[in-house]
Design a protein around this ligand. Structure first.
Ligand SMILES: *Cc1c(COP(=O)(O)O)cnc(C)c1O
Length: 934
């Protein structure tokens, strides 16, 4: 059996059965009927023929072996760390964690929500602030979001943002990328030179400790900034904060940074969880997802995503940020690292790291080498006039990479993995003999306050207890390892084990993003091949995998369009047309790219309203920068008007951005780069098998036609013409082997078969459910693309049963709900994908039909509108087995509805959660254990 036959759920017989049900003789016939000829591509992908799982692993081993794993002491925000084996195997390599979806259905997500609440508590405790979100994409983008947060929250009218010159260089690059389109003026200030601050500024950014390693007392600067109405962000190293005064304690309004060194492998730059925390009063301006505590129908504490109305799904161009997919899996790992080590353990690690730095500094000084700062945590900058290159080369010979700052300076960063032998080898590279311990000047900044005092951080220090805690949490959650997750617009397909395996190989996991090129040939080859394959699949000329989420791909693509117009002297083109049905990230990204959003209406069939489009093009002709359309449409339909749409926009001088998140309906059959688009982003965490991780990681490559190639993202460490959108040149490189393996194992035929099967399963589900729930929108021949929208509005109107009720009742039937109320309120959007076999599809269809039967009972008055299995869903084991049962339907109907396997029932841990209560009473850190007593 080939890998494609393992990846694609339905076998030939099952496909024949489904084709028959929808009236087509073959997959080819179905695709011919579904896909409009204007976009159809009849070629065959020029990709290598499918390799077996074993061959693919062997090829990846060969590629991996071209990477050289060294001891990295480069630092700059990326550090060696020991991932506790219990966390590596039971989180990072465990499908119960990595195949989960974003916790929009909180009742089936309590495990990861608790882990994220631990993450938020860890961040707020260490930073000394009150509210932290549930992760950012990396430190650079977290700091950039802090800048825009400061702009929104500051009363100052100034457009000046003051930035500590000792900021990480990659962070500076991203700040530049983000500031320019918004008209924000960055002013670098050298704090050591005591340079004067400008008269007026809306925000101040400080790095703590600095990129050079220096630890400075920022309290006075912060006071001065506040005095003139500016907000202050401190980018802080969380491990250092176990020993140093917290940003909140020295007056910071915002703290941002990374949690990578809390047990998350380097991965050549990612994925890692960035963090962002704010003081009281700013929580409602916070970007990203935020976990909060609320209560369920029994009044028991329960977790959920809080303040979602801030997010781009609802606020669109007025959102706090475009961030959607974040870094949940990595945030879970970092939080578990803190749970495993506890406050004392973290402090011990930090002291060891610091002691190694003290020995380095002391020995260098004793050996006659000047050390640039006397107050530091883990990074020592040595001044070696004219000798820096030589020292770095000598260390490299000993297998240790140091940071070459310039011809005269070398930085050495110690971390959790640093040993006495490493320190000795580094000293030798400097030509220093004998050791001495420096006296650190950071003592006045020593931390005195407690942190991680919640019992969760001191209860699971034995491996047995840790293992059971991880199991307890993952058992509360529903992920792809239990059953299908039919989420529209999210493509929850198989994440094959063979694709996942290479991620934790040391040759991929333990490479610093700024490692010397000589050590990263394997990664460069992997990235180049993957970019080439993605260009072939999309029909574009060039691809960059740098963006570490779809949202960042959008920003990168729009910045490319912006750069293009500017290069042609048309900087005034700033209008971005966006259809009303678009994903919320589109509008939010356009604003970040400095564009004005103009909404284009959709017609009754869900297509872009061409009359309105032409009217808007006429109105904004000379200002038109771009249109952003999703294809197939957000409504899951292949629109035939796409070619006309592209032509009309081009004629007016605009560029066409096709949101390619739904590429699962196109691969092998249509290529956006050839049917009229200029730029797209793809979501490797949708179409190309990177698991969703419970809400991240992701990779959002940006693909462009030749005329936009020069505007693709550039290396953040090589500032110049090219904007960087992520802190590392190849973004979340550590998970690229997943998509590489998928493409290698599927080959051109397998990929086309996957697309065909995805369209088949969507049309099969639509056909089977159509008589029970109207299917909204269809394209050619009444066919949908890869997903379908079930309209519940007539039923809701007649019976009061809502989409929420159906979504929660599906939990009782053992399913994750489809996408709720997007893109149309009151509907469910179902995307079955090619990976679900007929039995699972039929099980889902049967559950939906049975639920329709239950709605009919409500309609008929058999069950009251307020007390029925739908209104009370989901039912917990505790509710069903309660000594008292006063509902008008039996317990068996509540807990074991039709088709549920009684021996393998998934029981949600909480009843329906009250969302509004949690938003009114915002609690975003771990509740005390007493809260759980009745
Ligand atoms: C998922 C999605 C996005 C956003 O991607 P993220 O990785 O979550 O940032 C954008 N557009 C569409 C159509 C999507 O489905």
């Amino acid at each position: 059996m080939t890998f494609a036959n393992r990846h694609i759920g339905p076998d030939t017989d099952e496909q024949t059965h489904m084709l028959k049900a929808i009236g087509y003789a073959s997959l080819d016939a179905l695709m011919d009927a579904a896909i409009p000829e204007v976009i159809r591509w009849h070629g065959s992908l020029n990709l290598p023929a499918a390799a077996s799982e074993e061959e693919t692993i062997a090829e990846l081993r060969a590629i991996a072996s071209q990477n050289r794993v060294t001891t990295s002491m480069i630092g700059l925000g990326y550090y060696g760390t020991h991932t506790p084996a219990v966390i590596k195997r039971n989180v990072l390599e465990n499908p119960a964690w990595y195949t989960a979806y974003t916790p929009y259905q909180p009742e089936i997500s309590q495990g990861r929500l608790e882990a994220l609440l631990n993450f938020q508590t860890m961040v707020t405790d260490l930073t000394g602030l009150t509210t932290a979100n549930a992760s950012m994409l990396d430190e650079g983008t977290a700091v950039a979001e802090a800048m825009t947060l400061a702009k929104r929250a500051s009363k100052s009218k100034s457009m000046t943002y003051v930035v500590d010159a000792d900021t990480l260089p990659q962070t500076l690059a991203i700040l530049r990328t983000r500031a320019e389109p918004l008209g924000i003026d960055l002013q670098l200030v050298d704090l050591d030179a005591a340079e004067a601050l400008p008269g007026e500024y809306f925000g101040l950014h400080l790095q703590y400790p600095g990129a050079s390693g220096a630890v400075r007392d920022h309290a006075q600067l912060i006071e001065a900034a506040h005095a003139q109405g500016a907000l202050v962000t401190v980018a802080a190293d969380l491990l250092a904060l176990t020993l140093l005064r917290a940003p909140g304690e020295i007056g910071a309004d915002i703290a941002a940074g990374t949690t990578q060194r809390f047990g998350v492998p380097l991965g050549f730059g990612g994925p890692h969880a960035g963090y962002l925390a704010v003081r009281a009063g700013l929580e409602r301006s916070l970007p990203g997802r935020l976990v909060g505590v609320s209560k369920d129908a029994d009044g028991a504490p329960a977790y959920r995503l809080a303040l979602q109305t801030r997010e781009q799904h609802i606020r669109r161009e007025k959102a706090t940020s475009n961030i959607c997919t974040a870094q949940v899996l990595l945030a879970v790992m970092a939080s578990m690292y803190a749970v495993y080590h506890g406050p004392a353990g973290l402090r011990e690690i930090a002291k060891r790291v610091h002691n190694h730095a003290l020995t380095l500094a002391g020995s260098l000084t004793a050996g006659g080498v000047e050390v640039a700062h006397n107050a530091f945590f883990d990074t020592v900058t040595a001044v070696v006039p004219g000798r820096a290159t030589e020292v770095v080369a000598a260390a490299a010979t000993a297998g240790i990479d140091l940071r070459l700052v310039d011809g005269d300076r070398v930085s050495v960063a110690t971390d959790e993995t640093t040993t006495d032998a490493h320190v000795a080898a580094v000293l030798q590279a400097f030509g220093v003999r004998g050791t001495a311990v420096a006296d650190c000047g950071a003592k006045p900044l020593a931390r005195t306050s407690e942190y991680l005092t919640h019992p969760v951080f001191s209860s699971h220090h034995s491996e047995t207890s840790m293992l059971r805690y991880l199991r307890k949490l993952s058992d509360r959650d529903y992920a792809l390892d239990r059953g299908m997750i039919p989420l529209g617009s999210c493509t929850m397909k198989l994440n094959a084990t063979t694709e996942m395996e290479p991620v934790t190989w040391p040759e991929f996991a333990n490479i610093h993003p700024y490692a010397p090129a000589a050590n990263t040939a394997g990664y460069e080859r992997l990235v180049a091949t993957l970019e080439e394959w993605l260009a072939e699949i999309t029909g574009y000329d060039a691809v960059s995998v740098q963006p570490n989420a779809g949202s960042q791909g959008e920003l990168a693509g729009l910045l490319a369009i912006r750069g293009y117009h500017r290069s042609r002297g048309e900087a005034h083109r700033d209008v971005c047309l966006i259809p009303s049905s678009a994903h919320g990230t589109n509008a939010a990204s356009a604003v970040m790219a400095g564009m004005r959003v103009v909404v284009v209406a959709c017609d009754d069939l869900g297509n872009v309203d061409m009359t309105d489009l032409h009217a808007k093009i006429d109105r904004f002709k000379d200002q038109l920068a771009a249109i952003m359309v999703t294809y197939p449409s957000t409504h899951g339909v292949y629109e035939t008007s796409i070619a006309d749409l592209c032509a009309a926009v081009h004629e007016a001088g605009g560029q066409v951005y096709v949101d390619g998140a739904n590429l699962n309906a196109l691969v092998g059959f249509a290529r956006p780069g050839k049917f009229g688009a200029d730029v797209s982003h793809l979501n490797l965490h949708k179409t190309f098998c990177i698991p969703h991780g419970g809400g991240g990681p992701g990779v959002g490559p940006v693909a462009v036609r030749a005329h936009l190639t020069e505007f693709l993202p550039g290396d953040p460490l090589e500032p110049g013409e090219h904007h960087a959108v992520s802190a590392a040149a190849h973004g979340s490189a550590g998970i690229l082997p997943i998509s590489w393996a998928y493409l290698r194992m599927m080959g051109p035929d397998g990929l086309a078969a996957a697309t065909g099967t995805a369209v088949l399963t969507a049309n099969y589900v639509a056909a089977r459910l159509r008589e029970h729930y109207p299917v909204l929108y269809a394209g050619n021949n009444g066919l949908v693309a890869h997903e379908c929208i079930l309209d519940l509005r007539p039923l809701t109107k007649a019976t009061g049963v809502s989409v929420d009720d159906v979504a929660k009742r599906l939990i009782d039937y053992g399913f994750h709900a489809p996408t709720m109320s997007f893109p149309v309120a009151g509907t469910l959007m179902v995307e079955p994908t090619e990976s679900e076999d007929l039995a699972e599809l039929d099980r889902f269809v049967a559950a939906m039909i049975a639920i329709k039967g239950e709605i009919d009972q409500v309609a008929a008055g058999v069950w009251p509108a307020k007390d029925n299995p739908l209104a009370n869903a989901p039912h917990t084991a505790s509710a069903v087995t309660a000594d008292e049962w006063e509902h008008p339907y039996p317990r068996s109907v509540a807990g074991f509805p039709e088709g549920v396997d009684r021996t393998a029932k998934y029981w949600p841990p909480v009843r329906r959660i009250d969302g509004a209560y949690g938003d009114r009473n915002l609690v975003c850190s771990c509740p005390s254990p007493e809260a759980f007593e009745d």
